[in-house]
Design a protein around this ligand. Structure first.
Ligand code: FES
Length: 119
């Protein structure tokens, strides 16, 4: 059984996109249960990271992706997409990262994110 877009399954995963809608290294901002999340497809994987920098109220989706990190465009801290840890100042605190599930195959595969558990 598939999960409709915006509807949580029993583990809190919500369908947020089709895989084919996500371009490599082009972050996309989505909302999951009211939480802003940046979806990033890079290196054959999809990551979900909280879409607000831990230094100030800046959308990380507007930054660039490189080497499994996303850069905050305002002051240049970059965050590891796997752990949320910043590379260095001015941000000192990590941002939450969330588990991602892919259901199905090909460009129509469903991308699901859960913000009820941090990965
Ligand atoms: S607002 Fe992101 S590093 Fe300053």
């Amino acid at each position: 059984m598939s999960t409709a877009e915006g509807t949580a399954d029993t583990q809190g995963f919500v369908r947020v996109a089709a895989l084919g809608e996500l371009e490599e290294d082009a972050p996309r901002r989505v909302e999951v249960d009211g939480t802003p999340v940046s979806l990033v497809r890079t290196g054959g994987e999809v990551f979900a990271i909280h879409d607000v920098c831990s230094h100030a109220n800046v959308s990380l989706s507007e930054g660039e992706v490189d080497d499994c990190r996303i850069e905050c465009w305002l002051h240049g801290s970059s965050f590891d997409l796997r752990t949320g840890e910043p590379s260095g100042p001015p941000a000192t605190r990590p941002v939450p990262v969330y588990p991602v599930k892919i259901e199905g195959d090909g460009p129509d595969a469903a991308v699901l994110v859960s913000t009820t558990q941090e990965s």
